[in-house]
Design a protein around this ligand. Structure first.
Ligand code: FE
Length: 294
């Protein structure tokens, strides 16, 4: 009986992994990696093969093997080195090295711009983010949140600066140019009409950002589509390249009718209705994405 329970537990884990593996993000991994004994080509096949009613047909060893295979696929897919990324402690961000020389993007971006942009501007975002994280840590340790607005602003401004520049360096290369291929091209065509229309939209968004900022192509895991956005001043109290997990609406419409202008009791009471299983689900899905830490 205990054996059967254990099988069942493994099977549930396997199914969770399979759902993650079979997500469109991992489609390529499924078709390219040979996991012939346990995983066939489609999600339906796999789920049918390992359906709960058939749990007794598999030995623990078979299920364990399947678990190992799936784990391997996921890790190969998610981390370049197949290992889970280490997290960055507060104040420990570093300037990522450029994958090419400062003059490599000439004549389109000259050496002097690249040198200043990377070694001075980006470095100052790294320094500012580190400082903000340490100050927020200090606030938690001393329970003194008097300056929280200031340091959250700093964390957003410098955090967005650091994360966006880290992406920016990586999405350029002296070997760049041309057009995207495969799934990205198909998705651009689907969401924008054609690659040319996407380019026009993105260029116009970039040219017309008011003041300073960015044009950003984003993927929405919710609507499962691509969108072009403008990020004026790049922070506006967000950190681009992060994923929201737990959100609390403190617009007055969310509490005024009941609490009048008393936001504090609303916030304090709100904790009694937070549904953590959903936050956990979002966290587990978000954790699957692993970029190189800097
Ligand atoms: Fe910049």
């Amino acid at each position: 009986m205990a054996d059967q329970d254990e099988r069942k537990r493994y099977l549930m884990e396997v199914q969770t992994w399979l759902e993650q593996v079979c997500d469109p993000v991992f489609e390529e991994a499924i078709t390219e990696v040979d996991i012939t004994s346990y995983i066939t080509r489609t999600q339906e096949d796999v789920l049918e093969y390992l359906s709960e009613e058939d749990v007794n047909e598999y030995t623990l060893e078979e299920i364990n093997n399947a678990v190992r295979h799936i784990d391997k696929v996921l890790k190969e897919r998610l981390g370049d080195d197949g290992r889970e990324r280490e997290s960055i402690a507060p104040g420990k961000h570093e300037l990522p090295p450029l994958g090419y020389s400062y003059s490599a993007l000439e004549p389109y971006i000259n050496r002097e711009i690249m040198r200043l942009h990377h070694s001075k501007h980006h470095q100052s975002y790294v320094d500012g983010l580190n400082k903000a994280e340490l100050m927020l840590q200090q606030a938690r340790n001393t329970n003194n949140f008097d300056l929280i607005k200031h340091w959250e602003r700093e964390a957003s401004f410098h955090g967005s600066g650091h994360y966006l520049h880290t992406i920016f360096w990586e999405i350029m290369s002296p070997e760049g140019g041309g057009r995207p291929r495969r799934q990205l091209l198909q998705q651009l065509q689907k969401d924008f009409g054609s690659y040319e229309k996407f380019m026009m939209h993105f260029s116009q968004a970039a040219k017309k950002v008011e003041g300073v900022g960015w044009a950003i192509l984003v993927w929405s895991p919710r609507s499962r589509k691509l969108e072009v956005l403008q990020a004026e001043r790049h922070q506006l109290l967000t950190q681009w390249d992060t994923i929201p997990l737990l959100v609390l609406d403190v617009w007055e419409h969310a509490y005024y009718l009941q609490y009048k202008n008393e936001r504090d009791p609303y916030v304090d009471n709100w904790w009694k209705i937070v549904y953590w299983p959903n936050v956990e689900k979002r966290f587990e899905a978000a954790r699957m994405l692993q970029w190189q830490p800097y």
